[in-house]
Structure formats: C-alpha cells, structure tokens
Design a protein around this ligand. Structure first.
Ligand code: F6P
Length: 547
C-alpha cells in the first residue's frame, strides 16, 4: 500500500478517535443539510448513508483515500480489458456482457461484442423455443420444469435473480440443484416428470465435483425413464470448457459458452443466466442487462463524490478499517430479494476475502468483512435483538422499494407494503437514535411501574443507538432495477478491493478443501484412514463409517 494511502488511513483514524463520543443523531440537529450532504442518487435510486458516523471532513478524506489508492486508474484498467486478475492472467470484463451499445469492447486486441451478441441470440432462440413449446421433450411433451445444476457462481446468481424477478416469471418452473448432498437432487426430481423436464448443466470449468456428480445422477434419471436417445432433448449446458461438455454428450446446439474474462461470481449476465431467461423471457433478461450497463456507465463516468458504488465502497472501508466492524448485514425489505444476502456472500467474500496484496505481501488492513443477512421484517424477529443491543455494532444495509408488485390483487396488499416501508425506516431510525436510561425509566414510570422496579428494569430497555446503517431505496424491483442493484454491489466490491490493493478476482482459498476432499473420498468409501490424516479426522472417519 502506498505511503499516500497509509497517510490518509492515519488521518481517518484520527478523525474517528477525535469523534468517539459524537452521536450521529446530534449531527442531524447541527446540520440541516446532512441528509442531502450524505446521500446520492442515480435515476430513481437513492443511497442514504447519512446515518453513519461520517462527518464532512470524513467524506473528503475517504474520497482522498480512493484517489490515493488509484481507484480511478484501476477502474479504467478494468474497463479497458487489462489483465487485472494477475494470478490467473485474465481480463475482468463481465461489464462487456451487458454492453449492448455501439461502443467497442476490446479484450486482448479483439472486440468481443460480436461473440457476446451471438451467444445472447442463441440463448434467446433456445429460451423462446422452450417457453413456446417449439422445443419439446423426447416424447413430444412440452417442457414444464427446468432444473439448473451448478454451484457457486453457476447457481447463486440465477437463484437470486429468478426469485427477484418472480412477478415476471411466465415460463416453465425453475429449480436449482447445487449441493453434492444427493438429497438436493433427489428431493428436486422426485415430484417431477422426466418427460417434461429440461436439465441445464452449468459450470464454467465443467469439472466441479458437485455439479458433475449431480449431472451424472440426473442423466441416469432421464436415461432410465426415457432411454439414452432422450439425453439430447433433455439436457443443455453452459460452460467455457466446450470440449468437456462435448464429452458429456450434450448436443452442440444446446451448449452456450462464455469466456475466461467472466469470473464465476460475475457470470449471471452470461449464458449462466439461461435459466433466468427461460423463466422471464429474453426481453426481461435484456432489461436486466440494460440495468447493469446503466450502473456501469454511472460507475465509469460519475464523479467520485456522486458515484454510488464508490460511496458504498468508501462507507464499507470506513466501517471495516476505521471503525473496526468485522461484519455487515444486508437486509432487503423486499421478499423477492431473499437470496440477495447469499448471493452477496459469494460476490463479496470470495472476491475480497484475501490476506495478501497484489504483490503477495500481507495486507496492511483488514479486508473483506463477513457479509450476512435475511429479509426484513423476518430478521427483526430473529437477530435484530443483537444488532440493537449486542456488544458489537454491526453496520446494516437496508434495501427497500417504493412500490411492490400486484398490490391491487388483494385488498390488504397495498397497506402491507406501507407497513414494510414503515418497518424498514423504523429500524434504521431506532438503530441511530437508541434510547437512554432516563428515557427507559420515564417510560416505565409512565406505564405505572414503581420507582424500584422501573430502576431495575430500565437498563435492560436501554438502546445504545449510534448504530450505523445505509439505505438503498428504489422505485420497484423490476428487471432493470435488479440489474442496477447487482452491478452496484459488484462495483462496490471492486472499489474496496482496489483500496486494499488485493486481487478481487481470484479464489485460491477454495482449493485446499477441494484437494483434501478428493484425497479423503477413497478413505470414506473404504473406511481406511490414510496415515497422514490427523487423529481428529481419523476418529471422525471411524465414527461416520462404523469401521
Ligand atoms: O468454489 C469456487 C468456485 O470456483 C467458484 O468461484 C465458482 O463460482 C464455483 O466454484 C463453481 O465453479 P464452476 O462454474 O466452474 O462449476
């Protein structure tokens, strides 16, 4: 990390220490412009970070930090197709997948727009064929169910997006199988009819153990019911490893490719999005791409102080490295975003869960926080207790739409959306304001408690307050907005990784466990522990295999 960057970090630490007892609620009282000063918008999307302990000088220091760390130069390098994924010697150009404009997108000297457009057109034709019934199963029946078999980036993005876009879902039912636990596949296929089911095998590498074993079992299921010749009608594949797909026996016109410059966790925009496209149709999938592209343009061109991904990234750095918060909660007050936290766990933690910088030396500051969450209001009745009154502050990121879908379908639904908004705003307000001992005691006395019991109970009803949150508000979760939200988070991860000077685009940390699982499988099957196993692993193996 450069000396200039370190110096800004030091000044930020001093700013934080100097304002240790300052209450954010008081900052609002002092500054009538605080909301305007610490919020930013893009189209109908508003990012409010005014409830964080950021003062005007903090913001300008954070912007200095972004400049000192070279965020603008690194951003330009990514969009220019430079091999910023150094350890894998790859460009990082998922942004090219959603750029359907006339601007050339060059990777290694080649404009990739043609290839991207060709795959998108092939996907659209296939999706339309399945949706309309023109492409049928082996017995001539229409496809009613699609099972996507994939894991990690070949699963989480499509799962999240399919649920997010359920009001637009008018194609066959979508099912997702990821876990190597055979129960996942078996529970999924049990109620389905093989004659009306399409299986998509989605794997960038086409070697992932979980996906390949689930695909083999699904193949048995199809072949047993419909015969070997049915495989051609009931399978499709998405991969960058076209040779390996051919070996599996999937017909070439049902194979949809993508490229090594698309990271797994950034691949929902590629052919990996095929099950989403089949569910909602190519037009809505196109709107999703357009939303992503609109956010790319905003990230690429807006000044840092008005740039949503930059601001969200800087707030993340403030909380992680200056305030020292180890986790952040993502709480969508939007049931359709129920899988967003799981999706962001891979996006954020696989990208920025790194301990060395680009030159291989240990990171000077804490990198990626633990990302977790569940939809509101459910979380309020589960873990919000700890967020309000636990001993460690947890920054919360709320997401909320001004409008839901189908609100006229039942008399109470509109009011329920108003309740959703009220709850979301109430939580961020309560986290910031808190409740003092005096207020707690006064409330108890007003409710008829005597002095002794009010004094005894009051400490339990104190909320420290000053707990940070940001809120992302948007008009409605349509495909375009989903695209903007996902691209916003992708670029936020980029900004944080750029400041930490780490490689956000490799994932070597997943390798060791994979290697050991491969060496352990024969031991599990035979019940014979090899000599190099620890006593713990050997003991567990004996217990589990009964040998
Ligand atoms: O486990 C890590 C990982 O490589 C992820 O990065 C990736 O999204 C996932 O596995 C699945 O990989 P593939 O698409 O190659 O099957």
């Amino acid at each position: 990390m450069s000396t200039a960057t370190e110096n800004v970090f030091k000044t930020l630490a001093a700013d934080h220490a100097g304002r240790a007892t300052q209450k954010v609620a008081a900052l609002f009282a002092e500054d009538g412009e605080r909301f305007a000063r610490f919020s930013a918008s893009f189209e109908d999307m508003l990012l409010d970070y005014s409830k964080c302990s950021i003062a005007p000088q903090t913001l300008s220091l954070l912007l200095d930090l972004a400049r000192a760390a070279g965020v603008e130069e690194k951003r330009a390098a990514m969009f220019a197709g430079v091999h910023i994924n150094l350890t894998e010697d790859r460009a990082v150009l998922h942004t090219a997948l959603r750029n359907r404009t006339a601007t050339p997108f060059v990777v290694d000297g080649q404009d990739v727009r043609g290839d991207v457009a060709t795959v998108l057109a092939d996907m659209s034709a296939f999706a339309e064929g399945i949706r309309s019934g023109a492409l049928k199963g082996a017995t001539g029946k229409k496809i009613t169910d699609v099972i996507n078999i994939g894991i990690g980036g070949s699963d989480l993005g499509p799962v999240m997006a399919t649920l997010a876009l359920s009001p637009y879902h008018d194609g066959p039912r979508a099912h997702y199988v990821s876990n190597v636990d055979g129960a996942h596949l078996y529970d999924t296929i049990k109620p389905l009819d093989p004659a009306t089911t399409l299986v998509i095998v989605a794997s960038k590498t086409f070697t992932t153990q979980e996906t390949m074993s689930n695909a083999a079992s699904a193949r048995h299921w199809i072949v047993e019911a419909l015969g070997e010749a049915a495989v051609g009608h009931h399978f499709a594949a998405v991969s960058t490893a076209l040779d390996k797909v051919a070996a599996f026996g999937i017909a070439p016109d049902r194979v949809f490719g993508f490229w090594d410059w698309v990271g797994g966790r950034y691949s929902v925009w590629s052919a990996i999005g095929l099950p989403v496209m089949i569910a909602v149709g190519p037009e809505d999938f196109g709107r999703f791409l357009d939303g992503g592209h609109a956010m790319d343009e905003h990230f690429r061109t807006a000044p840092l102080e008005a740039n949503l991904p930059v601001l969200l990234g800087l707030v993340g750095i403030w909380h992680r490295d200056v305030c020292g918060y180890a986790t952040r909660a993502v709480i969508p007050y939007d049931q359709h975003l129920a899988r967003l936290p799981a999706y962001l766990q891979q996006l954020d933690m696989e990208s920025n869960g790194k301990r060395v910088t680009l030159d291989g030396t240990p990171a000077a500051h804490d990198t990626g926080p633990v990302v977790w969450g569940e939809p509101g209001t459910n979380g309020q009745h589960a873990f919000f207790q700890l967020i309000h009154q636990g001993t460690s502050p947890i920054p919360v990121e709320f997401l909320i739409a001004a409008n839901g879908h189908d609100e006229d379908a039942l008399p109470g639904l509109k009011r329920q959306h108003a309740m959703l908004i009220a709850n979301c705003l109430a939580q961020s307000e309560a986290l910031m304001r808190g409740r003092t001992l005096e207020e707690a005691k006064a409330q108890l006395l007003a409710a008829g408690r005597d002095e002794a019991s009010a004094s005894k109970i009051a400490p339990h009803r104190v909320f420290p307050g000053n707990r940070p949150s940001v809120t992302l508000a948007y008009d409605r979760l349509d495909p375009y907005t989903l695209g903007r939200i996902i691209a916003l988070y992708e670029h936020r991860v980029f900004v944080e990784g750029a400041i930490w000077n780490i490689n956000s685009f490799d994932q070597w940390g997943v390798e060791l466990g994979k290697e050991l699982a491969n060496t352990l499988l024969p031991a599990v099957e035979s019940g014979q522990a090899s000599a190099d196993l620890s006593a713990s692993a050997a003991g567990l193996l004996r217990h589990l295999t009964g040998k």
